[in-house]
Each structure stands twice: as structure tokens, then as C-alpha cells.
Design a protein around this ligand. Structure first.
Ligand code: ADP
Length: 203
């Protein structure tokens, strides 16, 4: 986690001139990061899983997380009776470096972005952050929920992810210390980088 720069550091504004904002540790730029790669290697309090309603594993990031966490994760998920779209449930992280996994179920969009899909995706981020803080956890990594097999278009999905997390941090400033947006694809990396420089611009 220490090696992943915050958004402020990544953009070269981590100098003494701007130390006032930095020292307080409250600036939103000090709390968000963009990371490209496998979410299962991240040492955070919780990684978020883009699960399906059964919570029993599947393809994509879900499959990677179950593989890396080991069969105890499957056993705990099995006891949870599934999860509705937009909701979230928490389990231990088992063999993962992350202590917990927050499983959330994104909307099946198949390319269509209507009010329901938008609301459900927003709820995924909100309910995951709520579970995080309810469990007194403060660092988290999100994958690009719903943008794989579930077919939510990447650009509006990123817009929702970034704006929802930003609002949440602003409304709960003392609780969350680090949110890592973990992208896997080059196209998402480009989309997030561009949007983050606008949404999390220095203030
Ligand atoms: P969904 O079913 O919600 O669409 P997917 O797992 O199919 O979920 O895709 C969500 C995102 O996770 C996609 O951008 C996909 O490329 C990405 N992804 C796949 N494997 C990993 C991984 N190991 N770490 C992080 N992201 C991953």
C-alpha cells in the first residue's frame, strides 16, 4: 500500500509548497489512488469483489479472488444466502493479503445504461463503503464493478465509481483513509486517469 502513490503524489504535487493541505491528511487527493493490476495482491483492509447473486464464485475478478483466497472463502460465502443487486456482504480474506472481502453484486447492464442500472451501480459503491466503515476498516480497493461480464459501459461506470466515492469521502471525512481504484484493462486505466484529474483535481 505504501508503494502505491496517492493521487496527489502521482501528479507531482506532493511538495512542501502545498504542504498545508497535505499535512492535514484530509485532502481528498491524499486518499485516492489509481492502480492497474491484479486486485488480489493488494494489502488493504478490504478488497471489493464484483460478485454474482449466488456469491459462490464465477469468472473475472470474482474467480481470481476465490482462487487467491482459497476454499474457506467459498465456505463462508456459502453460508451467506446470496446477495441482491446493489447490496454488499463482507467475509474474511483468508489467504489474501487483504483482511476482508466485500462482495457486491453489480447490475447486469448488457450495454444499456438506464436509471436502474445507474442506481444499482451507485448502491454497490455506497453499500461497500458503508460496510467498510461499519466494520471500522479504513482502506479499500475497488475493481471496475459490472464492466466485465455484466456489460456496463466503461466510461459511465467510471464516472459513477469516482463521483460516488468522492461524495462518500466528503460526507464521511474521518473514516476512510485510502481508496484504490484497481483497474485491470488499459482502456479503464485511460478513462480513470482522465476523469480523476478532473474529479480529484487539487483544491
Ligand atoms: P462483472 O461481472 O461485475 O462485470 P467482471 O469480473 O467480469 O465483473 O469484470 C469487472 C472488472 O474486473 C473488469 O474490468 C475486469 O477486467 C476486471 N478484472 C478481472 N480480473 C481482475 C483482477 N484479478 N483484478 C482486478 N480486476 C480484475
Amino acid at each position: 500500500l505504501d508503494k502505491i502513490p496517492t493521487w496527489r503524489e502521482e501528479n507531482g504535487s506532493n511538495d512542501k509548497e502545498e504542504g498545508k493541505v497535505l499535512k492535514s491528511g484530509r485532502g481528498i487527493n491524499d486518499k485516492v489512488s489509481l492502480y492497474k493490476g491484479d486486485i488480489t495482491v493488494l494489502e488493504v483492509d478490504a478488497i471489493v469483489n464484483a460478485a454474482n447473486p449466488s456469491l459462490l464464485g464465477g469468472g473475472g475478478v470474482d474467480g481470481c479472488i476465490h482462487k487467491a483466497a482459497g476454499s474457506c472463502l467459498y465456505d463462508e460465502c456459502h453460508s451467506l444466502n446470496g446477495c441482491d443487486t446493489g447490496k454488499a456482504k463482507i467475509t474474511c480474506g483468508y489467504d489474501l493479503p487483504a483482511r476482508y472481502v466485500i462482495h457486491t453484486v453489480g447490475p447486469v447492464a448488457r450495454g444499456h445504461v438506464g436509471p436502474t442500472e445507474k442506481n444499482d451501480l451507485t448502491s454497490c459503491y455506497q453499500n461497500s463503503l458503508r460496510l467498510l466503515t461499519e466494520n471500522n476498516l479504513s482502506t479499500v480497493a475497488f475493481p471496475c464493478i459490472s464492466t466485465g461480464i455484466y456489460g456496463f459501459p466503461n466510461d459511465p461506470a467510471a464516472e459513477i465509481a469516482l463521483n460516488t466515492v468522492k461524495s462518500w469521502i466528503e460526507e464521511n471525512p474521518d473514516k476512510i483513509t485510502r481508496v484504490i481504484f484497481c483497474v485491470f484493462l488499459e482502456t479503464d486505466f485511460g478513462i480513470y486517469k482522465k476523469k480523476m484529474s478532473v474529479i480529484f483535481q487539487d483544491n
